[in-house]
Design a protein around this ligand. Structure first.
Ligand SMILES: [Mn+2]
Length: 351
């Protein structure tokens, strides 16, 4: 197993590559979408929460997905002594009508195919995605972790409808007509995912890229009056069975799995180990709709037990901390990540 760090778009710079290397990482997972663009001031604070405008404007990352830009990014990372394992999340501007089954769907799916080709040709092995209408939402902030460390959690579901022009918790059309997303059934949403996978997986296979699915965060059957796809562990099987392909993989989020109300995270890890592209290694207390993100060593998941299962199943992929609580100091995000990575590195050695 390999140690990695996830970096947000605004963090893609030499100092953070060196930081990852110093923490013992060999791999990076990067976000090209800037979730903080409406709130520049929030960039030091770790995870996006988002208010009325969600996480901000979609579409800011256009140029970054070109083959040349991706090659340049990979080279910068390689030059710092690290490998670029994955890109996490498409820009909503590139696929809103794939998610919404809108008029631009065919054009946008072609764009996604080109993006997969660019990623493959830049030598990046994995594209992580989260097929979701409401995206990550219902988040609250608080001093939920040990010693009053700030983290995110959930205390009830966000029931507000998703306004027109917004999807995946970002705004893709500021001129959208007033009103909200029409109601969508589970069956319809699974059909949309099926279209996406059937179109994209053959291209991904050709280019040697894995498409890795994140479960719903939070894993509730409905959020903001929209249905969700993977909100119980068994629904990951449904996703894998939808389209048989070597490139149909999981962005396996331990926190989200633990927050689910059915099954348990150990059985799920055993069941899915062979299908995991990379892992979000984080811990939580509680289950939906009431849970908090906490430090790795104080949550409900026995992280040692998880690593033992992964070792037994011969998982050789990358683990990243995903999120951590913010630590009280001048560099809250970095301190949280350094703590998590040190803890992970020691566990990997011990098991
Ligand atoms: Mn995650």
């Amino acid at each position: 197993m390999k140690l990695g760090l996830g970096l947000y778009q605004h963090q893609l710079k030499k100092a953070n590559y060196d930081f990852a290397k110093q923490c013992g990482c060999t791999h990076l997972v990067v976000h090209l979408v800037d979730y903080f663009n409406l709130r520049e001031s929030a960039k030091g604070e770790g995870q996006p929460i988002g208010g009325e405008g969600g996480w901000g404007r979609a579409g800011g990352s256009d140029q970054l997905w070109e083959e040349d830009s991706l090659k340049r990014l990979r080279k910068e990372i390689n030059d710092a002594g690290l490998e670029l394992e994955a890109i996490e999340n498409f820009d909503p501007a590139h696929w809103y009508d794939v998610l919404l089954d809108g008029p631009e769907k065919k054009k946008q799916i072609e764009r996604l195919k080109q993006i997969i080709r660019n990623i493959g040709r830049a030598g990046i092995p994995v594209m992580g995605y989260n097929f979701s209408l409401a995206g990550v939402s219902s988040r609250i902030n608080g001093k939920f972790a040990r010693g009053g460390a700030e983290s995110v959690g959930m205390d009830g579901v966000d029931e507000r409808p998703v306004p027109n022009g917004m999807v995946w918790n970002m705004v893709y059309d500021t001129e959208a007509k007033p009103g909200n997303l029409p109601a969508v059934s589970y069956e319809e949403l699974w059909n949309r995912l099926s279209y996406f996978l059937n179109e994209l997986l053959p291209v991904a296979e050709n280019e040697g890229v894995k498409l890795a699915a994140h479960p719903d965060d939070p894993p509730m059957p409905y959020v903001r009056q929209t249905p969700r796809l993977v909100y119980q562990p068994s629904l990951y099987r449904k996703l894998l069975d939808l389209v048989a392909s070597e490139s149909n993989k999981l962005e396996y989020c331990l926190g989200s799995l633990q927050e689910m109300t059915e099954g348990n995270v150990y059985e799920a890890t055993e069941a899915y180990a062979k299908d995991i592209a990379y892992i979000h290694f984080r811990n939580v207390k509680g289950k939906v709709p009431h849970y908090y993100e906490v430090f790795l060593d104080e949550g409900d998941i026995d992280m040692v037990r998880i690593l033992k299962i992964l070792k037994e199943k011969d998982f050789r992929g990358v683990l990243i901390p995903d999120h951590t609580p913010q630590m009280s100091c001048d560099a809250p995000w970095h301190a949280g990540m350094a703590y998590a990575l040190g803890y992970m590195k020691a566990l990997l050695k011990v098991i």
